[in-house]
Design a binder for this molecule. Structure first.
Ligand code: AMP
Length: 224
């Protein structure tokens, strides 16, 4: 039997979080819980929540912790996540969210918070060329487009450049990352829950690096 996992994946926008989370979700057979994807889904559906958050998201600003944690609490209480765990992508974004997440999971704990590390110059290049499916969120790039005319290979949806991948919003999101999200690295390091993984190179190689640190950590847990 494949063991599940409870994982937080951190990293700058464009570090390859989405791609790796999708793969990890298949590998460990646990849901990929992306707050960004959930919010984009709400915007697309035109729901009250979607209308409320669209303008803030388009500017690249962060939404309130309460709203985010309500959404995450709801998703993690579903049977798939309760039974096998989750790959959490895009949350926590602040140390306050990290504390609320720990309280939500208690008495269980995360297996690990993985920081996918890519230098800023590299993520800027990746973000400018990133394209994404509006329906399923699968990632492409200008260098690696879908097979047919910006139609998603996975689900047939339209593949576009995200509003918040435009130059001004990218700059703002990276600034916010430094201000609010980088402290999470210290937060998880202090709790001995952080593993930094080199995010440069072929996505298959990066995936193997991530799986290796997760399995090493589980091995240490068993040895304790
Ligand atoms: P992402 O796809 O993770 O880059 O998220 C897209 C946008 O959704 C962010 O720029 C924020 O506006 C919002 N968002 C997603 N997750 C969070 C979170 N944990 N806290 C606050 N805002 C969030």
């Amino acid at each position: 039997m494949v063991p599940g996992v409870r994982l937080v994946v951190l990293g700058k926008q464009g570090a390859g979080k989405g791609t790796q989370c999708e793969r990890l979700s298949h590998h460990y057979v646990v849901p990929h819980v992306s707050t960004g994807d959930m919010l984009r889904g709400a915007v697309k559906s035109g729901s009250g929540l979607g209308q409320k958050v669209k303008e803030i998201m388009d500017r690249g600003e962060l939404l309130g912790d309460d709203l985010i944690m309500e959404m995450v609490t709801h998703r993690l209480s579903e049977p798939d996540a309760r039974a096998r765990g989750f790959i959490l992508d895009g949350c926590p974004r602040t140390t306050n969210q990290a504390g609320l997440l720990a309280a939500l999971l208690s008495p269980l704990d995360l297996d690990l918070a993985v920081d996918i590390d890519v230098p800023t110059a590299q993520v800027l290049k990746r973000l400018a060329s990133r394209r994404v499916c509006v329906d399923c969120g699968h990632n492409y790039s200008v260098q690696k487009p879908p097979r047919t005319n910006w139609i998603c290979d996975v689900c047939g949806g339209e593949v576009i450049q995200r509003e918040d991948d435009q130059e001004d919003a990218i700059a703002r999101r990276l600034e916010l990352y430094e201000e609010e999200t980088a402290p999470l690295i210290s937060w998880y390091t202090e709790r001995d829950q952080l593993a930094k993984v080199n995010g440069l190179g072929d996505p298959d190689v990066v995936l193997r690096r991530i799986i290796r640190v997760i399995e090493e950590r589980r091995g240490q847990g068993r040895a304790r």
